[in-house]
Design a protein. Structure first.
Length: 111
């Protein structure tokens, strides 16, 4: 039979770990989500830049939208002329409670 002395801390590390573990998991999950959202933002920006160049060359709107949708499925795409420029904006949701938006413009009539 083992007698515990007053002030014995055996087992306290396990209890503290059990309390802290859910917080560590939440931080890791949010961190991974933010990294994934950042990578998706980069892909979206690249796709929107390609789509803007396609729109500036006079490609059909369906082709422009498919250029964005191929990289960011479910993205809403808008094509808007602004003077001598053609601008394309793509918006897509993430697993986290926010949306990503990217806009790119190209000179109309460019090759």
């Amino acid at each position: 039979m083992i007698r515990r002395r007053p002030g014995d801390d055996r087992g306290s590390v396990v209890a503290e770990f059990a309390v802290a573990l859910p917080a560590v998991i939440v931080v890791l999950v949010v961190g991974v989500g933010v990294l994934a959202a950042g990578a998706r933002q980069v892909r979206l920006q690249d796709a929107v830049a390609d789509a803007a160049r396609l729109a500036a060359r006079g490609e059909p709107a369906d082709r422009v939208r498919s250029a964005v949708a191929s990289v960011a499925p479910g993205a809403a795409t808008s094509i808007e002329p602004r003077g001598d420029l053609v601008c394309v904006t793509g918006t897509v949701g993430t697993a986290l409670p926010f949306t990503l938006t990217a806009t790119s413009c190209a000179l109309a009539g460019g090759l």
